[in-house]
Design a protein. Sequence first.
Length: 367
Amino acid sequence: MSRADARLLAVPVVEDGGVTRLHDPSAHSFASDNYAGAHPEVMQAILDANGGHVGSYGADPYTARLAEVVIETFGEGSSIDPVVTGTGANVAALQALTPRWSAVICAATAHVYTDEGGAPERLGGIKLLTVPTPDGKLTPELIDRQAHGWGDQQRPQPLAVTITQSTELGTVYTPDEIRAITDHAHALGMRVHLDGARLANAAASLGVPLRALTRDAGVDSVSLGGTKNGLVLGESVVTFSEEARAGLVFLRKMDAQLLSKMRFVSAQFLAMLDDDLWLRSAAQANGMASRLATGLADLPGVTITQPVDANAVFVVLPRHVVEPLREAHRFYDWNRASGEIRLMCSFDTRPEHVDRLVADARELLGS
């Protein structure tokens, strides 16, 4: 364990007023937007939803109101099903789109393939067909590398495509790029799922509403992210037709994703979608990533390896700089062989956090 890791573990801190905490509330890192706490407006929404008795498992006024807000956000015919985790959202959504004998095409870097512990395969029974991409983004031409073999009993049938927005490499699909994928996939008899763990960051980056990257672009279902943008916990599956939602109400329970006190997750999503909190939070994270990339790009021996479209910065630093910088700011390696690291900004990343990292990198390079 590094000293940077140890600093982020539970260490009692006594603050002014005699309040004892198990972490330093001023701590900040660039390891993941999952490291950030919850947005104060989200915390207030949870408090407002507390008290008294309401129905469980979604039979509550907050979940009912969320269903209305989702229609206002994404259009008539849209439905939302809150779940516990992003992995659960992806698995349930893909199960609802595909029969037992099917396969799903995805980028080789896709979160469903690299970071979900085999859940789509083991829990969902879904075969994933991967395609290498230079920037994490699929295209109709790349999809065609796996979109074949229909009717061949020896091959799992490719009946769906899943894309990630923004991608695992921090890049963003435009609405036209998504529309090209959905038109192509639908023409081949495949459905399209969008893993939107950072959908808000993509929409903020492009200056478009959430529906422009989903329903209006022809997507069948979306795993709508929340925790990476300021929720305490909870994600949701948003579908745009009865066919895309078929069986989802049962799959959510089977996949251990049905919340008993759903009102608290629904209340968080209401806060996120109300008054454009999703946009404000994502824009803050994106802006700080842009500031960080600009600051690092001017330093000697530093290479930004991917376009900074959202809230991620992928960079190669001189090797002697990496560990001392990690001790102070905490981040993850992306490719140990090439020395590429990933720096993530969050809704609570501030200019002083970014400027401190850049200044420390400059000092280390100067020394």
